[in-house]
Design a protein around this ligand. Structure first.
Ligand SMILES: O=C(O)/C=C/C(=O)CC(=O)CC(=O)O
Ligand SMILES: [Ca+2]
Ligand SMILES: [Mg+2]
Length: 391
């Protein structure tokens, strides 16, 4: 039991403790923090006051040093924070370090090193295959043999609530202008803490030794630019303009009871990909201008994050602290479970109702918020508003 008021049922109770970086109003120094209910606990101040021992890792302007220190450190810090927030005897010294969330702005919590995006929902891949490549098999021949992915643009990963400017680009031969089919992709991102050496692959069993935690991720996608540019090398400018992530990273340690069964794979995969079929049972919700338009089920993903990690490194490519890999768009089997508006509106042919409007893609001024829950835990939402293209 925590002494912090009103946390039960908030999704951010004492069993959660997601980590982030905040700047208090009237200050300009970013500091490491943990979220409890509607407060941020200033971990920089807690470590400075020796209320928590973290070898200086919480006195940095972001979580990079903390992330690099690995599971034993993550777990010791988590225990220390739990103690501060539960022991009544600590309350008088800790309570002054709680800042209402209304009085802070959040920052990107870590330096994104490499960013990789997978394509691991069978429903999403077959929907997009039918839309982009009609007349061809919905899934490419390699799809069930490896988790397909591409390298994205780490430098344009932004924290939730950062506005997204509509990109301009080539929409067809000789046709340049603002994107007309601006879309979202609802995804789950995994934040790597502990790196690896070049030449060394990281087996799926080592997932929790390297991955610290989970964020929600919106892979904003310019469908007209993408459809024109992507062959044969895959997504480029159609996706590199912005990718949004949650302000708070949910540690894997908070999600231990959220694991459930992943779909059985047929055909059998190669031994390095033969994992224990554990999926995170996150129930995602996509809100468009405040209307819930979809509920993608994360446990339906064909390829698991542990398999994605094994595949990422099987050629000896190393991991770095801060690497971010995204699940790929999360789409379930039903139309009301898809993770993109491309699928929801079937490429604009079946617009959806938002109040008294009918819509297929994003208009300027629209806001999209992606939320997710697993039992008592709410993953911090990722939200973004579309601003007009640069003139
Ligand atoms: O199939 C295609 O050509 C394109 C697919 C996507 O845009 C999806 C993508 O970025 C990967 C994913 O999020 O699943
Ligand atoms: Ca994507
Ligand atoms: Mg993107």
């Amino acid at each position: 039991m925590t002494w912090v008021p009103d946390t039960a049922g908030s999704g951010f109770a004492i069993d959660h403790l997601p980590m982030g970086v905040v700047v208090p109003a009237g200050d300009n120094r970013p500091r490491c923090a943990v979220r409890i209910g509607d407060f941020a606990l200033d971990l920089d101040a807690a470590e400075a006051a020796e209320l928590i021992l973290a070898a200086g890792s919480l006195r940095e302007p972001n979580l990079d040093t903390f992330l690099a220190m690995g599971p034993a450190h993550w777990s010791a810090v988590r225990s220390g924070i739990t103690e501060l927030l539960t022991e009544e005897s600590k309350r008088s010294v800790v309570e002054p370090l709680l800042i209402p969330l209304a009085d802070v702005t959040t920052r990107l919590a870590w330096t994104v090193a490499d960013y990789v995006d997978f394509y691991s929902s069978e429903h999403h891949a077959s929907n997009v295959g039918q839309i982009f490549r009609p007349g061809q098999p919905a899934l490419p021949p390699n799809w069930k043999h490896l988790p397909i992915g591409y390298h994205g643009r780490a430098g344009t990963v932004v924290v939730s609530d950062t506005p997204v400017v509509r990109p301009s680009g080539q929409r067809a031969a000789g046709d340049f202008g603002p994107c007309r089919r601006l879309d979202i992709e609802a995804e789950v991102g995994f934040v790597v803490g502990v790196g690896s050496s070049m030449g060394e692959s990281v087996p799926w069993q080592r997932f929790s030794e390297h991955v610290f935690g989970v964020v929600l991720l919106n892979d904003w996608s310019a469908r007209d630019i993408q459809a024109w540019e992507y062959q044969p090398l895959g997504p480029f400018l159609g996706k590199s303009f912005a990718t949004s992530v949650s302000a708070w990273i949910t540690p894997l340690a908070a999600l231990e009871s959220a694991w459930t069964a992943a779909p059985v794979q047929d055909p059998a995969v190669l031994p390095y990909l033969a994992d224990d079929r554990r999926a995170l049972g996150l129930e995602i919700s996509v809100e468009w201008n405040g209307f819930e338009v979809s509920r993608p089920p994360f446990a339906s993903m064909y390829w698991t994050p542990a398999q994605q990690l094994a595949h990422l490194t099987v050629n000896g490519a190393s991991l770095r602290t801060g690497d971010l890999f995204a699940s790929g768009t999360v789409s379930g089997p039903a139309r009301a479970e898809v993770g993109s508006f491309l699928e929801l509106s079937w490429n604009g042919s079946e617009p959806v109702e938002l109040g008294d409007q009918k819509r297929s893609f994003l208009d300027d001024g629209d806001t999209v918020t992606i939320r997710a829950r697993a039992g008592s835990i709410e993953i911090a939402p990722v939200s973004g508003k579309i601003l007009p293209a640069q003139s």
